[in-house]
Ligand binder design. Structure first.
Ligand SMILES: [Mg+2]
Length: 220
């Protein structure tokens, strides 16, 4: 088996990105021991856009020459470079994309089909399991009016504070009662001032219905 390994971000920590083009950072934790381990089992090559010799020297230096590197693909008897790498125990560093059973890369997006790939790249929004709504900015939201999950979350999202509703209604009732009392007081004043008329008396009666046989209006 042949394994292809990316260099920047996988072997080289690459914390500042490309920066000035030098290999400025430390190896990723466990990178060199993992490389050695893999190289005992499989043919391994480093696949990089950098100058392969620069990378090969860096790996040899950092591994105290435990890892042997080459930048040369073997040639066929007629001088053409073999288009594959199948040597164990020697690390090839190349800028060619050679065949491999696996490519280890910090920027890889695994391809299954184009629909999945465009979704993974954020080109097509992902349809959520409800079948109605799409992912928005990486979050599952269910704004579709026919989405049952959206309705369920809306109910859950705003728990009803029944006590607050009762308190509000009680307050409104008290205010209304006070307004009626104020109105009655005004009517009484008008009546005292001799402004009483049939209409005011009727209003007063309507607002202050007779209690236990006596007319409140009559008490005035
Ligand atoms: Mg990389």
């Amino acid at each position: 088996m042949t394994i292809a390994i990316d260099f920047d971000g996988v072997i080289h920590a690459y914390s500042k990105g490309w920066h000035d083009g030098t290999i400025y950072d430390k190896p990723m934790p466990d990178a060199l021991t993992a490389l050695e381990e893999l190289m005992q089992r499989d043919a391994v090559f480093i696949h990089t856009t950098r100058n392969p010799r620069q990378v090969a020297r860096w790996i040899e230096r950092k591994s105290w020459h435990d890892i042997d590197c080459t930048t040369h693909l073997p040639r066929t008897w007629y001088g053409r470079r073999k288009p594959f790498w199948n040597t164990r125990g020697l690390l090839l560093v190349t800028n060619l994309k050679l065949p491999a059973v696996a490519y280890l890369d910090d920027r890889a997006v695994r391809f299954h089909d184009w629909e999945q790939a465009l979704t993974a790249l954020g080109i097509t929004p992902r349809l959520l399991d409800c079948g109605w709504c799409y992912e928005e900015w990486g979050e599952e939201v269910h704004p579709h009016p026919e989405c049952p999950q959206g309705a369920a979350t809306a109910e859950q999202g705003a728990p009803t504070d029944w006590q607050a509703i009762v308190r509000d209604r009680e307050r409104e009732l008290k205010t209304a009662q006070q307004q009626v009392q104020d109105g009655l007081a005004v009517i009484r004043e008008w009546q005292r001032d001799g402004e009483s008329n049939e209409y005011l008396t009727r209003v007063h009666k309507a607002l202050n219905p007779p209690v236990s046989g006596t007319s409140a209006g009559a008490a005035l």
